[in-house]
Design a protein around this ligand. Sequence first.
Ligand SMILES: C[S@@+](CC[C@H](N)C(=O)[O-])C[C@H]1O[C@@H](n2cnc3c(N)ncnc32)[C@H](O)[C@@H]1O
Length: 212
Amino acid sequence: MRLKKIKNADEIVENSRYTINRPYQYKGKWNVEVFQNQHEIQIEIGCGRGNFIIAMAQKHPEINFVGVEMQSSALVKAVNKLAVLDMPLPNLRLICFNAMNLGEVFDGEISCIYLNFSDPWPKKRHWKRRLTSEVFLTVYDSLFIDTCNIIQKTDNNDFFDFSMESLENYGYQLLDVSRDYNAEDNVETEYESKFRKDGIKINYGKYTKEKN
Ligand SMILES: C[S@@+](CC[C@H](N)C(=O)[O-])C[C@H]1O[C@@H](n2cnc3c(N)ncnc32)[C@H](O)[C@@H]1O
């Protein structure tokens, strides 16, 4: 996502009640110290401006959510949306963090990772940057509780094919797939809404793997 640099974005993000500024402090303690309940924790990696993760937190108060985004210029939009909500969301937190280092933040605590419209990095030489490459799948292993669950949506067919092969080679099993996803209970992301308006079909893949 190419973004205009927003003045004071870092500061605004840091000062939000939803932001966890030193997330590695809570490694292994998210349920007890952050959410103060034993509900499952799901994360979206690359949550951008937060449309999906905020809507999910509103729809599922019984689940804890963490939005992970490395660009404060995107996350600031999520923070601003949250600041004007009528009802606060105790089940949502945001972290401004590179997913490559998530092993420093969670330890056997996550039940599901959402990868929504992740950057496809189409050039072959950039394959390691794709959030479904083996490099990232290795990082994700230690985050999950027992079963590793990944749900992906993307407009990009080549990236979807790459992801399917990468996940299956890594030991994930494909549970559900659609090349034109239109589930009734779908929660749209910001990018998804734009693609759907342009008539672009959405790929959906749901994967699972037992933790090693
Ligand atoms: C194309 S946007 C999609 C945003 C949102 N998920 C949606 O569907 O509307 C991808 C986002 O992923 C973020 N991102 C890419 N690589 C990341 C990484 N390694 N760690 C955290 N965020 C990342 C980018 O900064 C960008 O905001």
